[in-house]
Design a protein around this ligand. Structure first.
Ligand SMILES: *Cc1c(COP(=O)(O)O)cnc(C)c1O
Length: 383
């Protein structure tokens, strides 16, 4: 049956109810191990690092939402990406986007390089990756839109090149969630999620996912995951399952608020630039319209001075100055000292991440309250 994604968030396509109890909420199997009747007999569950019914259910839901053949749940987004990197061997080469989540850059720079993996950084939203493909190139890793500069890459166009050279296209889809974008359908091979963000949606749980459109990748990843052991705990699986039930309404409301806020910021004299892919003036607007069902709820703004940026961070109250995104609460992040603190000065400059840049994860509060607070705070800035 073809159901709307909003329905799928609540009712899995392949329905799995608890037949004998009728429980509406999937149970938390809070167990580390499972008993066997006799030698050679198993219920299919042996040990929770390998399999757990609650995690299995969550993985089916996420695979269905991303239209993949397999999904794996991890203890964080970084645990998911670290596990993914174990697919590669020393001397393998990976093309990565220039603008990426700071934690991913730190993993590649400080862990993967030490393990012999080679990287080339390319601005995938502006340049073709083709000239950078070498004999040992095994994958392309990117986000779209990117964190925090909201650059948009054309997934279909890039996937034509990765298919031509038989290399993997990996997309971190955290910013839009499966509700707004399904990269596997556009030609990607693996989708990464920080489930901590929109999938969980309440800033209360860490989680990560790898979703793939190939059975063989799923099998390899399952072997690595059971060996390295970063699987998501049963209770956290349940929290993410509960979060996903409201994904559709949260994404719609957060986006509606984001559009209103982006337009409002555009009229403020202290704000020198509003970067939101839902604005028609954004470079990636047309590509977004083609490959996504929405623009998301992340806005990056540039204010006139560093002092204004600091003043806003100090004086907002309803809106909170905190790392992370994708929850019901509106949060402001200061990339230069938070998410991108470990990125080199030259690189920050090149990417335009200055001390005047603020990133806003728009939540689902009543938008007039958000605007009222920002109006007040900006009104007190002397410029
Ligand atoms: C937060 C984030 C991650 C890392 O996820 P954690 O759950 O914090 O480990 C990776 N990619 C993006 C785009 C993120 O926003």
């Amino acid at each position: 049956m073809k159901r709307n994604i909003a329905t799928k968030c609540i009712h899995l396509e392949k329905e799995r109810t608890c037949e004998h109890t009728g429980a509406i909420s999937f149970p938390i199997y809070q167990t580390a191990t499972f008993a066997h009747k006799e030698v050679g007999e198993s219920t299919g569950y042996d040990y929770t690092r390998l399999q757990n019914p609650t995690r299995e259910h969550l993985e089916e839901v996420v695979a269905a939402l991303e239209k993949g053949v397999d999904a794996l749940a991890f203890s964080s987004g970084m645990a998911a990406i670290s596990t993914l990197m174990e697919l590669f061997n020393p001397t393998d080469h990976i093309i990565i986007d220039e603008d990426l989540y700071g934690g991913s850059v730190r993993l590649f720079e400080h862990i993967c390089k030490k393990n012999g993996i080679l990287f080339t950084r390319v601005n995938c939203s502006e340049e073709s990756i083709e000239p950078y493909v070498m004999d040992n190139t095994k994958a392309v890793f990117l986000e779209t839109p990117t964190n925090p500069m909201m650059n948009v890459s054309d997934i279909v166009k890039i996937s034509k090149i990765t298919k031509k050279y038989n290399i993997l296209l990996i997309i971190d889809n955290t910013f839009l969630s499966p509700y707004f974008q399904n990269p596997l359908q556009l030609g990607a091979d693996v989708v990464v999620h920080s489930g901590t963000k929109y999938l969980g949606g309440h800033n209360d749980t860490l989680a990560g996912f790898l979703v793939t459109s190939h059975q063989w990748i799923g099998e390899k990843l399952r072997f690595i995951a059971k060996t390295t052991g970063a699987a998501l705990a049963p209770f956290d699986c349940w929290l993410i399952l509960r979060g996903i039930k409201t994904l559709a309404v949260r994404m719609e409301k957060a986006q509606e608020n984001a559009i209103a806020l982006a337009n409002w910021f555009s009229t403020q004299k202290q704000v020198t630039n509003v970067i939101y892919p839902g604005l028609q003036t954004h470079k990636g607007y047309e590509i977004m319209k083609k490959q996504s069902r929405g623009f998301g709820a992340m806005i990056t703004i540039e204010v006139k001075t560093r002092e204004i940026a600091h003043f806003i961070l100090k004086n907002v109250k309803l809106i909170q100055f905190a790392e992370s995104l994708g929850g019901v609460e509106t949060l402001i992040t200061y990339p230069i000292t938070q998410t991108h603190a470990d990125v080199s000065k030259e690189e920050l400059e090149q990417r335009g991440i200055t001390d005047k840049i603020l990133r806003i994860s728009v939540g689902i509060e009543a938008v007039e309250d958000l605007i009222f607070e920002l109006e007040n705070v900006l009104g007190q800035c002397n410029v």
